[in-house]
Ligand binder design. Structure first.
Ligand code: ADP
Ligand code: MG
Length: 247
């Protein structure tokens, strides 16, 4: 799992407020192509907000976010570009319930990328095979288990051929026996060289897959390190406390 020198995402002094509430405070982060970054921290520390800013599901008010060549600002063209390049997987899957699995996967390629339907379906089937559920293609999300739905959500993102994948607690809503089937797909993606930012408290995943672990608290990046150091030699008291609570 190689990391290149090429910078994929750059955050410079990013700040965000929800009304009066200062939710992101001077976030600085450089993500290189091929990195697998795990973001952890207490509930309410700003993890979701930070990664949602990366594909403009949330707007930041100060500082710069640059994804690939594109600076995130109010230019709608830029936002479209980002949405194509950055895939996102949510805690609650967010599949379209009235569309089949295959239709869920084809929607964006057909309407955003203008891929012909037949080609979009072929690509979708390829990714559904990759996440090991091609036999579910004609079912509706409600007919699938949580683990299967989350794998559909991952396949759907991959159909857009993203440069980066963001995961926001992708296994938190799953029954324990389904966590592994989703993590296994994410591990495969990492091995294939996908650049990934994952908000997760699955520390086993962090240890095997991440090249960097970031700890957030109170809207700030408190500490970051390679997994070995992060888990065995945490520097800040807040990180130590957090780790003592989850490990
Ligand atoms: P995390 O993902 O680390 O749990 P979030 O990024 O979801 O944290 O939230 C960070 C803080 O911002 C929390 O205090 C939360 O209540 C607040 N917050 C999140 N979304 C909104 C919103 N849309 N409006 C106002 N406050 C919000
Ligand atoms: Mg969150």
């Amino acid at each position: 799992m190689n990391v290149s020198d090429e910078v994929m995402i750059q955050l410079n002094n990013v700040n965000k407020w929800y009304g009066e509430f200062h939710v992101l405070k001077d976030i600085n982060l450089t993500v290189r192509k091929g990195e697998r970054i795990v973001i952890c921290g207490p509930s309410g520390s700003g993890k979701s907000t930070m990664i949602r800013c990366l594909n403009r599901l949330e707007e930041h008010q100060a500082g710069d976010i640059i994804v690939g060549e594109t600076t995130l600002n109010n230019d709608l063209k830029n936002i479209e570009t980002i949405r194509r390049e950055v895939g996102m997987v949510f805690q609650h899957f967010n599949l379209f319930p009235h569309l089949t699995v295959l239709e869920n996967c084809c929607l964006a390629p057909i309407w955003v990328r203008k891929t012909p339907r037949e080609e979009a379906e072929a690509i979708a089937m390829k990714y559904l095979e990759r996440v090991k559920i091609p036999d579910q293609a004609y079912k509706y999300p409600g007919q699938l288990s949580g683990g299967q739905q989350q794998r559909v959500a991952i396949a759907r993102s991959l159909c857009m051929n993203p440069e980066v994948m963001l995961f926001d607690e992708p296994t938190s809503a799953l029954d324990p026996e389904m966590i592994k089937e989703v993590l296994d797909v994410m591990i495969e993606l990492a091995k294939e060289g996908m650049t990934m930012l994952c908000v997760t408290h699955e520390m086993g995943f962090a240890k095997t897959v991440a090249n960097r672990v970031i700890f957030m608290d109170g809207g700030q990046i408190i500490e970051e390190n390679e997994p070995e150091e992060f888990f065995h030699n945490p520097q800040s008291e807040r990180t130590q406390l957090f780790l003592s609570q989850i490990l």
